[in-house]
Design a protein around this ligand. Sequence first.
Ligand code: PMP
Length: 391
Amino acid sequence: MALSQRISNLTGGGSDGWDVFIKARKMIAAGTPVVELTIGEHDIRTAAPILQDMHESAMGGHTGYAMVPGTDSLRDTVARRTQDRTGVPTTRDNVLITPGGQSALFAAHAAACDPGDVALYIDPYYATYPGTLRGVSAVPRAILTRAEDAFQPRAEDIAAACDGAKSLLINSPNNPTGTVYSVATMEGIAQVVRDHDLWLISDEVYDSQVWEGSHLSPRALPGMAERTLVVGSMSKSHAMTGSRCGWLIGPEEVISHLITFATHTTYGVPGFIQDASVFALNQGPEFEAEVAAPFQRRRAIAQEILSGQNTVGLIPAQGAMYLMLDIRATGMTGDDFANALLDTHHIAVMPGESFGAAAAGHLRVAMTIDDAEFGAALRTLCRFADSCAKE
Ligand code: PMP
């Protein structure tokens, strides 16, 4: 039986970019220890008090169908966090609770794009983006950024790609580059979006992980609240990746349509997960800073190690839990380097190519292991790059 184009061509016919990761997992399963710097998952687990609250909620009976848009209490709490951080008036009617940010990305594009519409996104990109856009039968169009701009998008490049476009997807702080968009970048993006009458879908799941500069939500810029859909999540800010709880913030009318969409797709998020999310959010910004602190520490470790050599370049990592390393001086592709590093030293990193053409010749390193082990792996990586460059 023939499957739909939408499903059978979700990855566009190419690799989904996870080959090195899968190879590393197979090595581990076969008994070979591998230092894994691949996946964006904290090395701490969800905090015990959050789990305790989840347990109490479930034992208290919150195990039936929850309200499809999200519980009033979580929608209010998310609205308050958004308003506190951005100054943009936000109520529960601007908030849809979703099973993770990924589901919010999908819902946002379903709201913005009809089949065949062009959906713009910035390259390098989080690996699921093109597939998510194809998933709503939109036509993904990448806008390449440049390593020499530290991967800040240029407004003129976006403007040049707007023909036939309905939406633009951005992500700051960025996975995989660690770039935090400057005020000038955000204002440039907002201008193009208004000029070309686009929906802006702003993935802000790393908004609690900013090491340099500050996070500006484009929804706060003039004329943007009515055309911006913001994706958020408990995954990164509260180390709750497995709980699958995120949200979409947008104009009331969009949210009301997406509540209907949720009724026909996800049917909401478990009540005990939502209660635990309220509890977690009520721990305030101090708790979010505590969850983010190890990445800031490891970034400092990396800066020190990388400043002592010339072969591997560090793209200034301003936020998120990743480093982007430029290994073009070795003459190797990111793919070849990552495979060779895994084979030779049993260290797994993601090839830049997994995140788009603009990241070719780069590596993404997740700062998600213990400090000492992280430092040792980076030193080995640098020595390996040196030996490759000399060959
Ligand atoms: N956006 C970005 C940029 C991400 O890196 C991730 C997860 N790695 C997500 C969205 C989705 O996260 P979740 O579904 O766990 O909220």
